[in-house]
Design a protein around this ligand. Structure first.
Ligand code: PA5
Length: 470
């Protein structure tokens, strides 16, 4: 596939190699045979899935469809343009951009965290506050159906009822039966109905469902006559679905370059397949994280993000890792996203001097999108900042990262650095695919099926029983 140059993201684990509490210089190389075997298994899973072969019982469930998804969507788009799935996503996004000024995305877990992380990663930080022109002519976006918080839902309904702006709903649920999302859909659909004076045609046009090929939401969409319904493809589980319509449709509505996002993910797939341990961000990240957990008790994985736009990506990853590997009572490190420098003032003390159960992975953006903002000179120098007047926020951030890494190294706290050239679609596509691949590789390495989330069923069953008085 002929793809434009993507500046690669990098993973540098050298600061995890420290005496006593960290790795020895050759630890990762020694683990290479097991990492290679886990990669082979993951690639074989993807091939098996693509070939539609029988999945052996011990591999069930096998949602390996996410791996080849970027290449498949791009190839189809290049061959069939408007008739392809991506072509349809782009044209529905265009239709919504042109007809409404607000979009409510309903979904929970894997059915909304990806879309939110793409919005926060790539849009203006105050996107929803800006006038349409300054938003690049794209709608405001809100997320609901991810809780049953009465006042939060009422708050959003207040906002929608109080505006003359046209608005639409993108409702996302793979199963189509998740109570939080289903209840919100009913409530927001009623509000939408009122806002369009019960115009059935407009209602159908202003609801875009993303769901499995059967189920309650699928049936509701048919009953509403929605012209555009998108699939969560078979073999793509909720938390692995960010690069399907689940994440791509909201991203395209926001005007993000979803083609670039997919190209970047495909580039990460190619690196994953070909590069050896020591030069492979997926295998190196898994190897270092696993060794720190196995040999040094680092059961906490701290994803330390150094840009506000990355916090939601951290939360998306928390969900991905926790639901995928937290299964057998013994395995599955606990993920924790921290946003720095903010959380240095809340969690920093513990990470510096608390229990030695953490591996810190920094996620660092190398180039900021906007011009650097300097502190500036002031006649009032009581704060004694004139001496730093020329320093910019990027310079202060760089010093904070270096200072924190140095302080952690002095206390024998292992850290690693994931570096993104920019906070944009090219970097995020690589990062998202890298973290999804890493999660399944680690699952195969430790013998935990990364797909499915049987543990979550228990709360659903009990909640339903309480509600229905069973
Ligand atoms: O990763 C997962 O599969 C889950 O987090 C689901 O995305 C979440 O439970 C929502 O499920 P559904 O899309 O079926 O409503």
């Amino acid at each position: 596939m002929n793809m434009p140059q993507i500046k690669p993201i990098t993973y540098d684990p050298s600061a995890a190699t420290i005496a006593e509490h960290g790795l020895a210089a050759d630890d990762l190389a020694k683990l290479a045979p097991q990492l290679d075997a886990a990669r082979d298994e993951v690639l074989a899973d993807a091939e098996l899935w693509d070939a539609g072969g029988d999945v052996p019982a011990k591999k069930q469930p096998l949602d390996a469809g996410f791996m080849e998804l970027p290449q498949r969507l791009l190839a189809e788009y290049r061959a069939r343009r408007d008739d392809s799935e991506l072509g349809r996503i782009l044209s529905t996004a265009r239709r919504l951009r042109e007809s409404v000024d607000r979009v409510v995305v309903l979904g929970i877990g894997g059915s909304y965290m990806g879309a939110r992380s793409l919005m926060e990663g790539c849009c203006h930080p105050y996107h929803n506050e800006l006038p349409r022109g300054e938003r690049g002519g794209v709608p405001r976006m809100y997320f609901e159906g991810n809780n049953v918080d009465n006042d939060a839902s009422q708050g959003l309904l207040d906002l929608l009822r109080g505006t003359d702006d046209a608005w639409a709903i993108v409702v996302i649920s793979k199963s189509g039966g998740t109570l939080e999302t289903a209840a919100a859909f009913r409530q927001f659909l009623a509000a939408l109905r009122t806002s369009v004076n019960n115009d059935e045609k407009l209602i159908a046009q202003r609801v875009v469902p993303v769901t499995g090929s059967s189920g309650r939401l699928f049936d509701l969409s048919a009953a509403l006559g929605c012209p555009d319904v998108f699939p969560v493809p078979d073999g793509v589980g909720g938390r692995f679905s960010i690069l399907s319509a689940v994440g791509l449709l909201p991203a395209a509505i926001l005007g993000l370059d979803v083609v670039r996002l997919l190209e970047a993910a495909a580039a990460m797939n190619a690196r994953f397949k070909d590069a050896p341990v020591g030069d492979n961000p997926v295998l190196d990240y898994v190897g270092v994280s696993h060794l720190m957990e196995r040999d040094h008790g680092a059961t906490m994985r701290v994803l330390s993000v150094w840009a506000k736009g990355l916090e939601s990506i951290g939360l998306w990853y928390d969900q991905l890792l926790a639901e995928s590997l937290g299964k057998t009572e013994q395995h599955g490190a606990t993920p924790l996203t921290v946003l720095n420098t903010r959380d240095l003032h809340s969690r920093g003390q513990q990470h510096q001097a608390g229990r030695r159960d953490k591996l810190i992975t920094n996620v660092i953006v190398e180039a900021w999108r906007r011009d650097p903002l300097s502190i500036g000179i002031s006649e009032l120098d009581q704060d004694q900042l004139n001496v730093l007047a020329d320093k910019t926020l990027p310079e202060i951030m760089t010093a904070a990262i270096a200072g924190t890494n140095k302080a952690y190294a002095e206390d024998g706290r292992p850290t690693t650095d994931l570096r993104l050239p920019q906070l944009d679609e090219a970097s995020l596509g690589q990062l998202l695919q890298m973290l999804m691949l890493a999660t399944v590789v680690e699952g195969r390495l430790i013998g935990v099926n990364p797909y499915g989330q049987p543990g979550v069923e228990a709360y659903k069953k009990h909640m339903n029983a309480f509600l229905r008085g069973e």
